[in-house]
Ligand binder design. Structure first.
Ligand SMILES: O=P(O)(O)O[C@H]1O[C@H](CO)[C@@H](O)[C@H]1O
Ligand SMILES: O=c1cc[nH]c(=O)[nH]1
Length: 234
């Protein structure tokens, strides 16, 4: 048991998928895992463990933003021995050639958060994905015929920004999309020496205002989940 997770020792698998939305954790467990068992209900931040093609996998909601996600990520690593963590989230595109429903594998994550900056004053620490998980996911997605984009994303502390100017400028510097957790995940993975990756489905477009329907989100989302599950299995 940790402060925010009531799972017992051994309840959590070494490989964990991390959606922001706890109900998405339930959906993933019910749709993709066999014999899924719930191990956490504290604060309604649902977590489940089951098997995928015979491999033990957990799925844990993290909430929105780095402060929330980093609580669950650190407790999963320190308290339960999680070793492979893949965030499965949504994002907003900030480049014209990134399209709604595309899947992004976040190679690195820029951030406007002070969480990492305050740890290494005077330095910019680049939060990066684990290469093995990144390569595997790219290959699995490509074999499935998905248009997987690999590149930089930006993890923002704010969903509602007074101005999108900086985020749009980042897009002009090759950053593909904005979301709110990847940099925190990559920082903690570096700190604790575990493997991490962020996969994202583009749910809306910051430049064009386009949004996905819930049905479209679900279909693309399913593809992304299968990539994540395959990447941590076998
Ligand atoms: O769909 P999730 O995983 O929650 O991710 C994105 O959606 C939330 C904002 O709506 C933020 O958490 C952002 O990172
Ligand atoms: O625009 C978006 C979409 C999803 N998540 C974000 O943080 N921003």
């Amino acid at each position: 048991m940790t402060v925010h997770l009531e799972a017992k020792a051994g309840d959590v698998a070494e490989s964990v998928l991390l959606p922001g939305d706890p109900l998405r954790a339930k959906y993933i467990a019910e749709t993709f895992l066999e014999n899924a068992v719930s191990y956490n209900n504290v604060r309604g931040m649902l977590g489940f463990t089951g098997t995928y093609k015979g491999n033990r996998v957990s799925v844990q909601g993290t909430g929105m933003g780095m402060p929330s996600a980093m609580i669950y990520i650190q407790e999963l690593i320190e308290g339960y021995g999680a070793k492979n963590l893949i965030r499965v989230g949504t994002c907003g595109a900030i480049q014209e050639d990134v399209k709604i429903r595309d899947v992004i594998a976040a190679q690195a994550a820029a951030t406007n958060s002070n969480i990492i900056r305050s740890r290494f004053p005077g330095y910019d620490f680049p939060p990066i994905a684990n290469f093995e998980l990144l390569k595997k996911s790219y290959e699995i997605g490509s074999e499935k015929g998905l248009n997987i984009l690999v590149g930089n994303v930006v993890s923002s502390d704010l969903f509602y920004m007074d101005s999108q100017d900086e985020v749009i400028a980042l897009g002009k510097h090759g950053v593909l999309a904005v979301e709110m957790e990847a940099a925190g995940l990559y920082y903690l993975a570096a700190k604790f020496g575990v493997k991490a990756l962020t996969l994202l489905t583009v749910s809306d477009h910051i430049l064009t205002g386009e949004q996905t329907s819930s049905m479209e989100r679900q279909t693309t989302f399913n593809d992304m989940i299968e990539v994540a599950l395959e990447a941590v299995s076998g």
